[in-house]
Design a protein. Structure first.
Length: 275
């Protein structure tokens, strides 16, 4: 099956993305809000021992480490070296053996049909040119191989958070699409097209109860989550805009609070088989 390969975003865009995700401490964010999502994704992908598995935009390895625990041959790839270093340290502490590659989701350094399973846990969605990233994940998955993706939905909490940050975020490059579109079933079906069969999409939720108050959520995310950290830093010398951003974040978290600080963050779980 031939897959159309759109051009990836320019290198200067990649440098900005790499710097964005090096801000804060994403590994701790993943630990707090999605500690079990990697395990869910690995189970959904049916990862087995000795299979060749690629985790795209792996971050600090919240899916890669779970895949390695099955005995699979795992490659964790990400644009940001600092995230991979955090994952590598965790793997070494646990005695797990993975390959950690600095790699662009829109231009992967792997051969065609090189992997049995291709995963991404709220990662590939942040590649700016969706068609380019989708073409690459399809290219490196062997015929009959499996694809498993977990992506935040536009309507869910993180989709709404990214929309809230938009007035203070950097202007996206030409051709870029909003990350949460990867959490829309019609969009993912269009991206993968007839290069896959048996595509299944299910909206699920993670329960986040780590933040007692909206202000606690906001402080944690401003300090540790790259997009929020960058937006807040952009208004550091404008007190009025800083207050506006913080108020918007507090309002979002308050609206999502079901009581006692408990929130439900929706994601789309997608599985498919490569044709």
């Amino acid at each position: 099956m031939t897959v159309h390969h759109p051009a990836p975003a320019p290198s200067e865009v990649k440098q900005r993305h790499r710097a964005l995700w090096a801000l804060g401490d994403y590994a701790s964010v993943a630990d707090v809000v999605i500690p079990g999502l990697g395990a869910t994704l690995v189970e959904a992908g049916g990862v087995r021992a000795r299979e060749r598995v690629l985790d795209i935009a792996a971050g600090s390895g919240n899916a890669s480490l779970w895949a390695a625990r099955t005995g699979a041959d795992v490659t964790a790839s990400d644009l940001t070296p600092e995230l991979l270093e955090a994952g590598r340290a965790r793997a070494e502490a646990e005695g797990l053996h993975l390959r950690w590659d600095v790699a662009d989701a829109e231009d992967l350094p792997y051969a065609d049909a090189d992997f049995d399973v291709v995963l991404s846990c709220v990662g590939v969605m942040f590649a700016p040119i969706h068609e380019a990233a989708a073409a690459e994940l399809l290219r490196v998955c062997r015929p009959g191989g499996r694809i498993a993706l977990a992506n935040w939905t536009p309507e869910g909490f993180v989709g709404r958070l990214l929309a809230t940050l938009k007035p203070w975020a950097a202007t996206p490059p030409p051709g870029a699409q909003p990350p949460p579109l990867w959490g829309s079933e019609p969009h993912v079906r269009a991206l993968l097209g007839d290069a896959v069969t048996d595509l299944r999409a299910e909206r699920r939720e993670v329960i986040v109860d780590a933040f007692a108050t909206p202000e606690e959520f906001r402080r944690f995310f401003v300090e540790r989550y790259g997009p929020t950290h960058a937006a807040h830093r952009s208004v550091a010398h404008d007190p009025a805009q800083q207050v506006a951003l913080e108020t918007a974040m507090d309002s979002l978290a308050a609206d999502a609070d079901e009581g006692g600080g408990t929130m439900r963050w929706e994601y789309l779980l997608v599985t498919a088989t490569r044709t």
